[in-house]
Design a protein around this ligand. Structure first.
Ligand code: ACM
Ligand code: ZN
Length: 562
């Protein structure tokens, strides 16, 4: 019998051929990817089928929403517990294992795309979230831009799970404030690249960003500064007498809950950071009685270095303040960790403050570093009463720290001995060394970059070279390394487009550093995968840097803006 050749079948064939010619490039690179010939055609008749997935599992809402937004298809959802796998059923099947598959762990998935069905197996909802991100990348790169009626998904078998449990990103919302809409957009792109920790830097000299009922002035006063957005960051001058403070904002408790839930649906845990005891001009502007001195503190504008503001370590009300803040924070964030800052706390005020010196004497502390450690221990004990743990920047090691604290290593110039010593003491470590992870640095020659950055040079290739486990680490230290993250400080990021430009595509490089097996990483392959990724990001409305500077492209010092 002759095949009847119709326009539709020719179109279908062309669609297949064009899809076949597109390279498949998944970021982060999966553990095991086997491509097969053929495609599954996703269309409006496809059903989403949930097997052994609880009624209230987030994935039941997330999967149809994701497919509508990214593929443009509104799909029917079905849950038939007695369902047996029927050949030729047009379905994406999400099958939660009744008995956990140990290989997949708590975030892994296996995904089989054949011409008959898409079949996902996972132990958890997190695995399904990640299977969807991968599925998106098996579709043509222009799928979101074009939203065709029939979408070919490349046939493949994938088994995938992360190398590290901590795959994070810090976003500073103090130096510039980003609204709810942007935070959600930011979380979406984190999820796309299988990042599971959103480190929300909510407090700093330039603005307090979270509603705290017991201390209303934090948001009445501390969230607002005189607006200098019309001049470059470095030119932001201190406020003049009587100038109104109009730049800023904060998240209400209700908004925080909304973000936490939105993130959870994407397998992202939100870790709040409350800075103790430094980086606190905004607190002292709101509650001057918490300072060591009578200086007229104000919510900072523009560059603030050295950051002299510090909470008085000799004032019991300061300790109570942080405990009270913790009491409200723990109600909002289900995360196991609370980040207590601890970085760059200059202690000049403590040296000359009678109350601080009295505390040092009473507690027989050796110096101001130990006073900081004492303060942090006080707050840590309070946090532990809630069954939670602290993370602090690596400076918290300086005056001694309990082994239950998790250390976030950022000062790359300190070398690896600090990390090794902490791990030997039993502290867990999260790696965010500035030399590999500070994506507020330039990613290409400042002379040709479209927006100013804080300085430094961190090209995509260097982020790609990041490995949270340094070769110099002794074997015994390795289990203490929880993973890594990229940090995005926002001094120079006035608007969301600036944030996205610095984040993308360096986030993609980080994702392979923390998700993919070490042996699965390959820079050239990664670069080959980028054009399709950028197409998707553009269709989703993200700004990104389109140049791929190499480590060897470092501009001569005279050319940098530092
Ligand atoms: C930091 O960059 N001060 C943690
Ligand atoms: Zn003091």
């Amino acid at each position: 019998m002759f095949m009847k050749i119709t326009c539709t079948s020719i179109l279908g064939l062309l669609l297949m051929l064009s899809a076949c010619s597109q390279p498949v490039g998944i970021v982060p690179e999966p553990v095991k990817l086997t491509l097969a010939s053929g495609h599954y055609i996703l269309d409006s008749n496809t059903t989403l089928l949930f097997l052994n997935v609880a009624e209230d599992d987030d994935i039941r809402d997330y999967a149809p929403d994701f497919i509508l937004r990214y593929f443009g298809l509104s799909l029917a959802v079905s849950a038939e517990p007695e369902w047996e796998r029927v050949p030729n059923l047009n379905a994406i099947v999400f099958h939660k294992n009744a008995d956990a598959n140990p290989q997949l762990g708590s975030e892994g998935y296996s995904l089989t795309v054949s011409d008959r069905e898409v079949y996902v197996e996972a132990n958890t909802g997190a695995g399904f979230v990640y299977a969807l991100q991968t599925l998106y990348q098996l579709a043509p790169a222009d799928v979101t831009a074009k939203k065709p009626e029939r979408i070919p998904l490349r046939a493949a078998t994938i088994v995938d799970y992360p190398r590290f449990e901590w795959r994070g990103n810090l976003l500073d919302v103090s130096r510039h404030f980003f609204d709810m809409e942007y935070i959600k957009k930011h979380l979406d792109v984190l999820a796309l690249y299988k990042i599971n920790k959103f480190h929300w830097h909510l407090t700093d000299d330039h603005g307090w960003r979270i509603e705290i009922a017991k201390y209303p002035k934090l948001t009445e006063i501390g969230a607002w500064r005189v607006d200098r957005s019309d001049v470059p960051w470095l030119e932001g001058e201190p406020p003049k007498e009587g100038e109104p403070a109009t730049y800023g904002g904060y998240y209400t408790k209700e908004q925080i809950r909304e973000i936490v839930a939105y993130a959870a649906q994407r397998n992202i845990e939100v870790i709040p950071e409350i800075e103790i005891p430094g980086h606190c001009s905004e607190i002292l502007a709101s509650y001057p009685e918490f300072a060591c001195d009578t200086f007229n503190y104000y919510v900072q504008i523009g560059p603030y270095w050295p950051p002299k503001a510090i909470m008085c370590g000799g004032n019991d009300r300061v300790i109570q303040f942080f405990k009270d803040v913790v009491d409200e924070i723990v109600e909002l964030f289900p995360s196991e960790y609370i980040h207590i800052g601890g970085d760059e706390a200059l202690k000049g005020n403590w040296e000359t403050c009678a109350k601080c010196q009295q505390r040092i004497k009473n507690l027989q502390l050796a110096n101001e570093e130990e006073l900081q450690s004492w303060m942090i221990r006080e707050v840590e004990q309070h946090i532990r009463q809630y069954g939670k743990r602290i993370i602090g920047w690596d400076e918290i090691l300086e005056g001694g720290v309990s082994s239950s604290a998790t250390i976030m290593f950022w000062r790359g110039w300190m070398g690896d001995s600090v990390i090794i010593k902490a791990a030997e003491r039993g502290n867990e470590i999260i790696m965010a060394p500035n030399s590999y992870c500070y994506i507020d640095y330039y990613q290409a020659d400042p002379a040709t970059e479209p927006q100013p950055a804080i300085g430094g040079f961190l090209p995509l290739q260097k982020v790609y070279a990041f490995d949270p486990v340094y070769e110099s680490f002794p074997v015994a230290a390795i289990p203490f390394i929880k993973g890594g993250q990229v940090n995005l400080w926002a001094e120079f990021l006035f608007v969301p487009e600036n944030v996205e430009y610095m984040l993308l595509p360096r986030l993609l490089a980080l994702s392979e550093s923390v998700w993919s097996p070490k042996a699965g990483k390959n820079w050239e392959h990664f670069v080959d995968k980028l054009p399709a990724q950028k197409k998707r990001l553009a269709a989703l409305g993200y700004n990104y840097c389109d140049r791929i500077a190499l480590i060897t492209d470092e501009p001569k010092p005279a050319e940098t803006a530092e």
